[in-house]
Design a protein around this ligand. Structure first.
Ligand SMILES: [Zn+2]
Length: 109
């Protein structure tokens, strides 16, 4: 379905942006460090295989949690750091439902 595909693409784009921003600020890398590169490719892979793309809002708020534990920790740190900053740097990409999902997540933990 076309809308599912575009949702998937959007999610991947936003996640990639967030990981890049996180690495730049936290690890002071011009490009991605090996660690963050691993998270990025993992996240892209998860999005590609997500069977819930149609109904969920965003991977970080997905109830199923297909991320394995250590990756979930990493992506959560990235979301927590980059989520609010996405508004400043990439307002066009910062879709409101995504930020809601991040907030929801932060309140829970
Ligand atoms: Zn990094």
């Amino acid at each position: 379905m076309q809308s599912t595909d575009s949702k998937r693409e959007k999610e991947k784009r936003v996640v990639a942006q967030m990981i890049r921003l996180f690495c730049k600020r936290q690890h002071h890398q011009a490009d991605l460090c090996p660690d963050c590169r691993e998270v990025l490719s993992y996240a892209m892979d998860r999005s590609d295989h997500c069977p819930f793309m149609e109904s969920k809002t965003f991977c970080s708020s997905c109830k199923v949690h297909c991320y394995r534990p250590e990756m979930r920790e990493k992506i959560r740190d990235i979301m927590r750091f980059s989520g609010p900053r996405m508004l400043l740097y990439h307002p066009a990409l910062a879709v409101s439902h995504m930020l809601l999902a991040v907030k929801e997540r932060m309140n829970k933990t």
